[in-house]
Ligand binder design. Structure first.
Ligand code: GLN
Length: 272
């Protein structure tokens, strides 16, 4: 029996409207304007079975990005799988703050690249050399594929944080795992890789490592920028101070939440 686009959307009211529409568009190869303009159009019957099963998975809490296999970030679309965290819009705050401090030819390291979102955004938007690190070989496969498809010049390194990283960088950026183990918020994130989300009992384990060891990997005058939880600005600032960073700043995301802390590494002689 045939069903119209509007009829199908109506049938799946338990799924939020936008997600329902995006799922339908993805399966039928339509954009949302076409969906809205032609609600009486029939749904291709050969797609119905798969659509129904994806609608059930969405209703059960699976993220849309894992069902469609893609998520928009910055000015491009990334492929995502359950091996990587789904890129969040707040991470674009970090990209903006990074770009405003980068110059031509700078070397940048993206620690814990996941899908490659930050590394690819920087490589496409500035004349910089980007090295992207992840400890997960599965995540690196996704990131490499994204970089190749999006023509981003990024070098990938499989490494537990800085362990395999050679040389010094003008900038280090990271969106590390920063959710505390046992945070009730994790229930809503159960489909995403816990290794990419949980930063130990207080959520700060990985930030402690990234910030504490950054001076050994930065050029004099170089920058460190990290994303963190909305309630972690004070402890992260303290990590930056303890490691010897100066010009420490907190940047808020579009939702006005404290989201990124950055600082400058002087070489210890007061020169720049
Ligand atoms: N922003 C994610 C969330 O709490 C966490 C990402 C991370 O741990 N890096 O939804």
């Amino acid at each position: 029996m045939s069903v119209t686009l509007a009829g199908w959307l109506d049938r799946h009211r338990s799924v939020p409207r936008l997600e329902r529409e995006l799922l339908l568009c993805h399966h039928l190869g339509l954009d949302r304007a076409a969906l809205i303009a032609t609600p009486e159009r029939p749904v291709d019957p050969t797609r119905l079975e798969h659509l129904e099963s994806d609608a059930r998975r969405l209703a059960a809490g699976e993220p849309l990005a894992y069902l469609t296999g893609e998520r928009g970030f910055w000015d491009f679309t990334l492929r995502v799988t359950p091996d990587v965290l789904i890129p969040r819009p707040e991470t674009e705050t970090l990209v903006e703050a990074a770009l405003s401090r980068l110059g031509s030819g700078d070397r940048v390291a993206d620690m814990g690249t996941g899908s490659g979102a930050i590394a690819i955004a920087l490589a496409r938007s500035a004349d910089v050399m980007v090295v992207a690190v992840d400890t997960s070989a599965a995540a690196l496969l996704v990131a490499r594929d994204n970089a190749a498809r999006l023509n981003a010049q990024v070098t990938f390194v499989e490494s537990d944080w800085y362990r395999e990283l050679a040389g010094r960088f003008r900038m280090i950026v990271a969106n590390p795992p920063y959710v505390a183990a046992g945070d009730p918020h994790l229930a809503a994130l159960e489909h995403e890789p816990s290794d990419a989300l949980i930063g130990g009992s207080d959520g700060l384990d990985d930030l402690r490592c990234i910030v504490g060891q950054a001076p050994g990997h930065l050029e004099p005058g170089g920058w460190l920028l990290v994303e963190h939880g909305f309630d972690q600005a004070d402890p992260v600032r303290l990590l930056f101070e303890t490691a010897g960073f100066t010009a420490i700043e907190l940047v808020r995301d579009l939702g006005d939440q404290p989201r990124v802390t950055l600082g400058r590494w002087e070489d210890g002689h007061g020169t720049d």
